[in-house]
Design a protein around this ligand. Structure first.
Ligand code: NAI
Ligand code: AKG
Length: 424
């Protein structure tokens, strides 16, 4: 063995274990060497930082933050920053590896990384969030850089936090460095289309899958779990393409209307209600987990990982699952999903629209020019559709699910790059 294994994972569901199970399956089918297996498996860098932050009360609270660089073989590492109470090192390691595979699936010149801080943004003021984000940036000044490691938003962070990161990093360099981070506000060099990009990619993937299953979008129904950046845009854009959205949800609960939810109205309600769907009057409130087992054509989990598990998978009635979130399906549910004949458009394909437009943002920052929204959407849609087709063809060739096919496409690309570059 060329690597000392970390302690075994004992949790019931663990995203790192789910990532590794699928990775192992794809590696077996591709037949790569044991040396290459470990090169691909072990993250290049894992940083843990302690972040003392003065809270509004005057108390100093110390948070733990992470940044894991999984791979830089295809280019600078890329991946979002998550602020959530459940953030931990294993989760960030899984998310970082998924970024490597995702960038390889859509063929953009980035490696994979992810960051996170264990904190609860819902209980923090804007000032506390700003101090925390600046502390996190300062602690990682040596890691970040436009040619090294380029962060972006993830759960609990958005353009506002990316602006603070860009400002803190730029001050340390004595010049404005917009390309150090993507997902910025437009005035700071953000890209048109980035905010809706992940949801848009989910919509393109869902339509590509529906075409294969001969589902007419104008007669189709969907349920979307999570109504943040990814879920709300996925719901809006699917609705625009004719799909009736029967249920949406957020941390406050799930909301069901069998006549179809007016998604734009739900977005407006959320904006006027402190970012929450709580009390949404356009639908009936149902228990959060019930959304996953509704009789709809398309299920879009767009909240967090391990929501579809061995325990609830048998109740799923959807014909397709389009994974807006990273890792929403535990590997323990894969076999049952396959037995039931449900098509899963996996996370590393379905939610890659976000990092694709992040790449366009970085390119625009570097050439000092702004592209039109029309150009960005056209290119993103083409990348998403071509990537879907490539994964679909691979699934037919290897006789595997779209998920394992996506890992095969990604691992093949990354391992071939290592073979050409050599110099281990
Ligand atoms: N923002 C982006 O560009 C990308 C995000 N993703 C993934 O998409 C997922 C969602 O990310 P964002 O939309 O950015 O986060 P967000 O913070 O904007 O929204 C998260 C949403 O999920 C809801 N939520 C949290 N726990 C829930 C639960 N137990 N049940 C139902 N809803 C719950 C929240 O209330 C909120 O509506 C994450 O897995 C993230 O890693 C993936 C690719 C890119
Ligand atoms: O936009 C990016 O660079 C990364 C987004 C992200 O974190 C993800 O795709 O999971």
């Amino acid at each position: 063995m060329s690597y000392i294994e970390p302690a075994p994972i004992k949790d019931k569901e663990n995203p790192l274990e789910s990532m590794m199970q699928r990775f192992d399956k794809a590696v077996d089918l591709l037949g790569i060497s044991e040396e290459m297996y470990h090169i691909l498996k072990v993250p290049r860098k894992q940083v843990i930082v302690g972040l003392p932050v003065t809270m509004d009360s005057g108390e100093i609270k110390t948070f733990e933050g992470y940044r894991v660089i999984h791979s830089t073989i295809l280019g600078p590492s890329k991946g979002g920053i998550r602020f959530d109470p459940d953030v931990n090192l294993d989760e960030v390691r899984a998310l970082a590896a998924w970024m490597t595979w995702k960038c390889a699936v859509v063929d953009i010149p980035y490696g994979g990384a992810k960051g996170g801080v264990a904190c609860n943004p819902r209980e923090m003021s804007a000032g506390e969030m700003e101090r925390l984000m600046r502390a996190y940036t300062t602690a990682l000044l040596d890691v970040f850089g436009p040619d090294q490691d380029i962060p972006a938003p993830d759960m609990g962070t958005g353009p506002r936090e990316m602006a603070w990161l860009m400002d803190e990093y730029s001050k340390s360099k004595g010049m404005t460095v917009p390309a150090v981070v993507t997902g910025k506000p437009l005035v700071l060099g953000g890209s048109l289309g980035r905010t809706e990009a992940t949801g848009r990619g989910v919509m393109v993937s869902a339509l590509a899958g529906m075409e294969k299953l001969r589902i007419n979008p104008y007669r189709a129904t969907a349920a979307v779990q999570g109504f943040g950046n990814v879920g709300s845009y996925a719901a809006l854009l699917l609705r625009e393409r004719g799909v009736a959205i029967h249920a949406i949800s957020d941390i406050s609960g799930a909301y069901y209307n069998d006549k179809g939810i007016d998604v734009a109205d739900a977005v407006a309600y959320r904006s006027s209600n402190n970012g929450s769907l709580e009390g949404y009057p356009g639908a009936e409130q149902i228990p959060g987990d019930d959304l996953l087992t509704l009789p709809v054509d398309v299920l879009v989990p767009a909240a967090k990982e391990d929501v579809i598990t061995r325990k609830n998978v048998s109740g799923i009635q959807a014909k397709m699952i389009v994974e807006g979130a990273n890792g929403p399906t535990s590997f323990k549910a894969d076999d049952i999903i396959n037995e039931k004949g449900i098509m899963v458009v996996p996370d590393i394909l379905a939610n890659a629209g976000g990092v694709t437009v992040s790449y366009f943002e970085w390119v625009q920052n570097r050439i000092g020019y702004k592209w039109t929204l029309e150009r960005i959407n056209r290119r993103t849609d083409r990348i998403m559709k071509d990537s879907f087709d490539k994964v679909y063809e691979t699934s037919l060739k290897y006789k595997v699910s779209l998920r394992i096919a996506a890992y095969i496409v990604a691992i093949d690309k990354v391992s071939s790059t290592y073979k050409y570059r050599g110099g281990f």
